[in-house]
Design a protein around this ligand. Structure first.
Ligand code: EPZ
Length: 431
C-alpha cells in the first residue's frame, strides 16, 4: 500500500498537460475486442484501470503492448485478431467497473460470453440491471448466476433499446453490441457524456456506422466487420477539473494544457464564483487564486451536462477552506462520501444527512494521516493536503493510480511538496 506524503502550504505554478481520458480509454479498449485487426491508441497513460483492461484483452487471446515514446505516456498497440476465449473471470473483472463493458463487444464478436460481475470504486451498489435489460432488448439470452453473466447472442437482432436511466456503461455496452447487429438499432435515453461521443468516433474510425452520440438518440447501422485504426482519446475532463479545483485553492498562474473547456462548463461556472481568476486560450486554461476562495454556493451532481459526480469529492476540499458555507448534494451514487470521514481528521467542518452535505469553510485545516477510500475521494484528500498546515500522509494511494497517472510528479513539478512512499509488499487481489 503506497502512500503520499505532503507538506501543505505551497502554491501551484506553471504548466500541466492533461492526459487522455481514463473513461474514454476503458470503453475504447473494450471496443477493440470487436476489431479483427491491429489498433494503435496514441499517448496512453498507464492508468492502472487501463492495465487491467489490457490483462482482460490478453486473457481473451488478444495482444497488447506499449510502444514508441520514451516519456510517461506511450502508444498502446492492440491486436485482437486471434481472439479465442469469451470469458472474463472474477479475478480479472473484480478490479475494474469497465470489465462489464466487454459484454457487448465479446457478444458482438463471439456471440457468447461469460463475464463476472465487475469491480470498481466502492461508491455504491452499482448494479448492472440496465446493462442486462439492454442485452435482452437486443435479443440476447441472459442468465445471471453464481456471480457471472452467461449471455448468448446467437439470436442478436437490431432493435430499439430503452435505457431506464442514462447509464454511461450501459450506453457504451449497447453501442458495442449494436455494431454487428444486422439492421438499425436505436438507443433511447442514452448517456450524453463526452466519452460516449469519443467511443462513437473510435468505433466509426474502425468502420462502424454510429450517429447521435451526445444527443437523446443514438442510431447504429449494423456492419459485417471492423478494420484497424490509429486513435487518440479526448482529454480527461475529470483530471482537468481536479487541477482546476486545485488552482482555485492554491494556484498561482497555473496553466492547464490540452483541455476542452466545453467539457467542464458546470465546474467553470461554479469556480467563477470563488473569486479565482480564470483565463482561456485555445486548449489552455489559466487559473490563479490570489486570496482565500469564496464559497461556490452549492453543487448538485447530475448526468452530463450536469455537474459531474466524479468531481464531487474534490469540491469538498475547496469548500473546506472557502469563506462561507457550501452545499453539496450527490444524486448518482449512494455511498460516495467516504472521503468526508477522512476530511474530519483534518479539521474540516462538514455535516451530512441523506446525501446532502453542508460544509462550513475554515481559515485553516491541518495535516493528518488519512486513508484513500476510492479514486476521487483520494484526489480530494490530495487537494486538502496541499493546503493543510503541516504534513499529511495519504495511505492506499494505489486507488488514485486508477485514474491519475503520475499525479504526485505533476504536482511536484508545479511546486507542491509531495512524494510517494512505496510499499514493497504488493497485494493484487480485490478483497
Ligand atoms: C461511469 O461509471 C464512470 N466509469 C464513473 O467514473 C462515473 O462516475 C459514472 O459513469 C457516472 O458518470 C467509467 O466510465 C469507467 P453509470 P458507470 O452506469 O458506467 C446506476 C470514476 O471515478 N446504474 O452511469 O458505472 C448506478 O448505480 C468513475 O472515474 C444502475 O442502477 O456509471 C449509478 O447510480 C467512478 N444499473 C447510476 O446508474 C445499471 O445497470 C450511474 O451509473 C447501471 C448503472
Amino acid at each position: 500500500m503506497d502512500s503520499f506524503y505532503i507538506n501543505g502550504g505551497q502554491h501551484l505554478k506553471g504548466e500541466v498537460e492533461i492526459d487522455p481520458a481514463k473513461n474514454s480509454l476503458l470503453p475504447i479498449l473494450a471496443g477493440c475486442i470487436l476489431v479483427n485487426d491491429e489498433i494503435l491508441l496514441e499517448n496512453v497513460p498507464k492508468y492502472s484501470d487501463v492495465l487491467f483492461m489490457c490483462k482482460i484483452i490478453e486473457h481473451l487471446g488478444g495482444t497488447t503492448k506499449f510502444v514508441n515514446g520514451n516519456f510517461t505516456n506511450q502508444d498502446l498497440y492492440i491486436d485482437c485478431r486471434d481472439l479465442i476465449y469469451s470469458d472474463v473471470p472474477n479475478e480479472l473483472a473484480c478490479h475494474v467497473r469497465s470489465s462489464i463493458f466487454t459484454l457487448g463487444s465479446i457478444l458482438g464478436r463471439k456471440k457468447i460470453a461469460k463475464v463476472s460481475y465487475p469491480g470498481g470504486c466502492d461508491i455504491g451498489l452499482r448494479p448492472i440491471d440496465i446493462h442486462l435489460n439492454g442485452l435482452k432488448q437486443m435479443g440476447c439470452k441472459v442468465v445471471d448466476k453464481n456471480g457471472y453473466i452467461y449471455a448468448d447472442a446467437s439470436k442478436l437482432k437490431a432493435n430499439d433499446v430503452m435505457l431506464s436511466f442514462p447509464s454511461v456503461g450501459a450506453t457504451e455496452n449497447m453501442m458495442m453490441l449494436g455494431v454487428f447487429a444486422e439492421g438499425e438499432s436505436r438507443i433511447f435515453n442514452p448517456a450524453k457524456e463526452p466519452e460516449i461521443v469519443d467511443l462513437q468516433n473510435f468505433l466509426n474510425s474502425c468502420g462502424a456506422k454510429i450517429t447521435g452520440a451526445g444527443s437523446n438518440l443514438i442510431i447504429i447501422k449494423g456492419v459485417k466487420s471492423l478494420h484497424g485504426t490509429k486513435y487518440k482519446a479526448i482529454s480527461d475532463r475529470i483530471e482537468a477539473g481536479t487541477f482546476l479545483i486545485a488552482g482555485a485553492m492554491c494556484g498561482e498562474e497555473l496553466i492547464l494544457k490540452n483541455v476542452n473547456k466545453s467539457h467542464n462548463q458546470e465546474l467553470l461556472t461554479k469556480l467563477s464564483k470563488t473569486a479565482c481568476n480564470l483565463k482561456y486560450f485555445d486548449d489552455k486554461i489559466m487559473i490563479s487564486s490570489s486570496k482565500r476562495p469564496q464559497s461556490f454556493g452549492e453543487i448538485e451532481t447530475a448526468v452530463y451536462p450536469g455537474f459531474p459526480t466524479d468531481l464531487q469529492a474534490p469540491m469538498f476540499a475547496l469548500a473546506s477552506i472557502s469563506d462561507g458555507y457550501s452545499l453539496i448534494i450527490e444524486n448518482l451514487f449512494e455511498s460516495r462520501f467516504k472521503h468526508i470521514g477522512e476530511l474530519l481528521k483534518m479539521g474540516c467542518d462538514i455535516r451530512c444527512k441523506n446525501g446532502v452535505c453542508i460544509v462550513k469553510g475554515k481559515e485553516k485545516i491541518y495535516g493528518a494521516e488519512v486513508f484513500c477510500p476510492d479514486l476521487r475521494g483520494g484526489a480530494c484528500l490530495v487537494l486538502a493536503g496541499l493546503v493543510a498546515e503541516g504534513y499529511t500522509t495519504i495511505n492506499n494511494v494505489e486507488l488514485i493510480d486508477r485514474g491519475y497517472y503520475h499525479l504526485e510528479d505533476k504536482l511536484a513539478l508545479l511546486g507542491a511538496s509531495i512524494k510517494r512512499i512505496k510499499c514493497e509488499k504488493k497485494v493484487d487481489n480485490c478483497f
